[in-house]
Write a protein that binds this ligand. Structure first.
Ligand code: A2P
Length: 314
């Protein structure tokens, strides 16, 4: 397994298991299988609704806690400073853990405390720098208390991360963003390299089985691109292995979701693949700035969230 070194000198396994859309009744088995074949990094979130079952799998594994890397994410309805600690403690309880390795602000989007999934713009609270810093301050307290070892962001632009760097006392350790050959995140990679932040890519395979309302008509597919097929043939491996190997060859972390034992194994094999320069150049040419998950579900009528202020043009 390849490891990436964080600004604290801790090491994070580059390949993790994503658990978004991993159904109840399947996710526990998938986590147990993943741990038994060598995964050491599990990416979770309260909003995925499956942390309790993941916790059961973590309890029954023989892998020592210090060899595991567990991430979870603060949901958008708990970003008020008075709600942050309780949200983290609840994730810890569900996951049966004493501490998390990493806790991320899930989105730069705030929703009312009693609402899980906004139905209208009245459930949304506009994003402000002031409130982001209050959330970050509460997360810093959780680090000091030992509830979590690292904190970071998910779906934040470099502009928003810069605000945390400029005003916080604890630096973000990880920036988790959608990343794959159609969205190569070169600006984020450079920014994070310059600031000692690790980039983790979600939806590395194109997140094909996400909810139907989030799938756009005619969207491109990663798993049948002719250039990726040709590279997979050259390495005598699967397209998924190439996509994940590409991410790790760029020294980024990657969290493919699977609940299928065969695909869990295929994805793990990617941690041993290093693509050569020629193949990296071919894949570099596929960048299209294309988001499969464009955050448009936050932009219902009357919402203060727009593509422009969510992604800051990045
Ligand atoms: P499954 O859980 O049945 O394996 P992403 O990580 O980009 O969000 O993509 C996850 C989707 O890709 C899931 O639907 C998952 O289905 C599927 N998937 C995971 N690993 C592979 C693989 N090696 N080959 C093809 N599809 C995969």
């Amino acid at each position: 397994m390849k490891y990436l070194t964080l600004h604290t000198d801790s090491k994070m396994p580059a390949l993790g298991l994503g658990t978004w859309q991993a159904a109840k009744g399947e996710v526990g088995q998938a986590v147990s299988k993943a741990l038994s074949i060598g995964y050491r990094h599990i990416d979770c979130a309260h909003v995925y609704g499956n942390e309790t079952e993941i916790g059961e799998a973590l309890t029954s594994t023989r892998v020592p806690r210090q060899e595991l890397w567990v991430t979870s994410k603060l949901w958008n309805n708990s970003q008020r400073p008075q709600d942050v600690r309780a949200a983290l403690v609840n994730s810890l309880k569900r996951l049966c853990l004493d501490y998390l390795d990493l806790y991320l602000i899930h989105w730069p989007v705030q929703i009312s405390h009693m609402v899980m999934s906004p139905q209208s713009a009245t459930d949304l609270i506009p994003w402000t720098t002031e409130h982001a810093l209050e959330t970050w301050g509460a997360l810093e307290e959780c680090v000091k208390e030992g509830l979590v070892r690292h904190i970071g962001t998910s779906n934040f632009s470099t502009k928003k991360i810069q605000i945390l760097l400029d005003n916080g006392t604890i630096r973000p350790a990880v920036s988790q963003v959608e990343m794959h050959p159609y969205l190569q995140q070169n600006r984020m990679r450079k920014f994070c390299a310059d600031n000692g932040i690790i980039v983790t890519g979600f939806a590395p395979l194109g997140s094909k089985h996400r909810p139907a309302h989030q799938i756009k008509e005619g969207e491109p597919s990663l798993l049948d691109h002719p250039d990726i097929i040709a590279i997979a043939e050259k390495y005598e491996t699967t397209l998924a292995t190439i996509l994940l190997g590409w991410a790790m060859t760029r020294n980024t972390s990657v969290i493919p979701k699977s609940t299928n034992p065969m695909r869990l194994q295929q994805n793990l094999a990617a941690a041993d693949i290093v693509l050569d320069e020629k193949d990296m150049t071919v894949i570099k040419g596929l960048d299209a700035g294309y988001r499969f998950l464009d955050g448009s579900h936050w932009m219902m009528e009357g919402s203060s969230y727009t593509s422009k202020n969510l992604w800051d043009g990045e």
